[in-house]
Design a protein around this ligand. Structure first.
Ligand code: ZN
Length: 168
C-alpha cells in the first residue's frame, strides 16, 4: 500500500537527516531530497570535501539521482527540498532540469540565489520558472550550519554573532 504523500515539513526532516550525514565526512551540512507526488525518489547530501568535487552540492547530486530514477533529465514532476537556499550553480541546475517546485529551509545571505542575492527560480528572462517555498524548518536547518561553522572556528573567544560563513 502506498504511503501518504509527505508534507513539506516531513520532507525537510529527511533533508535534515541527509545534512547530518554530511558531518560524518567533514562536509558543510546541507541535505536534499527529491519528491514526486510527495514521495522521495532521491536524497543526497553535500559531498564536496568527501570526493573533492566543487560541484558536489546536495542539490546537484540529488538531481542526478532523480534523473536516473525517473529515466530522463526533465524533472518537471519533481519537488526539490533542501535545507539551505540554493547557490547560483544549483539554482541554475534547477532551472535547467525544469524542476517543478523548490522548498528550502534557511536563507543563505552569502550565496543564496533563490531570493537573497539573485532570484534565478523566478526570472522571466530564463526559459523556466518554478515556485519557491522558503523557511521550512528554517531554525533547525540554520542551527546545523551555525554549529558546524562554530566548531570549525573554535576555539574562539568571541564567536561571530553573524552566524555562519563559508568554509572557503
Ligand atoms: Zn549549490
Amino acid at each position: 500500500m502506498p504511503s501518504d504523500p509527505l508534507t513539506d515539513a516531513a520532507a525537510m526532516a529527511l533533508a535534515l537527516a541527509q545534512a547530518r550525514d554530511a558531518l560524518g565526512h567533514g562536509d558543510v551540512p546541507v541535505g536534499a531530497v527529491a519528491l514526486v507526488d510527495g514521495r522521495p525518489v532521491a536524497a543526497r547530501h553535500n559531498e564536496r570535501e568527501l570526493i573533492g568535487d566543487p560541484t558536489a552540492h546536495a542539490e546537484i547530486l540529488t538531481l542526478r539521482d532523480a534523473a536516473h530514477a525517473l529515466g530522463g533529465w526533465r524533472l518537471s514532476a519533481v519537488t526539490l527540498v533542501v535545507t539551505l537556499e540554493p547557490c547560483a550553480m544549483c539554482a541554475g541546475a534547477l532551472v535547467a532540469a525544469r524542476v517543478g517546485r523548490l522548498v528550502f529551509g534557511t536563507f543563505d545571505p552569502r550565496g543564496g540565489a533563490c531570493g537573497t542575492l539573485y532570484n534565478l527560480c523566478g526570472d522571466p528572462r530564463l526559459n523556466h520558472e518554478l515556485p519557491v517555498t522558503a523557511g521550512v524548518r528554517a531554525e533547525e536547518c540554520a542551527a546545523l550550519l551555525t554549529s558546524f561553522f562554530a566548531g570549525k572556528r573554535a576555539p574562539s573567544p568571541a564567536p561571530d554573532p553573524a552566524g555562519r560563513g563559508r568554509s572557503d
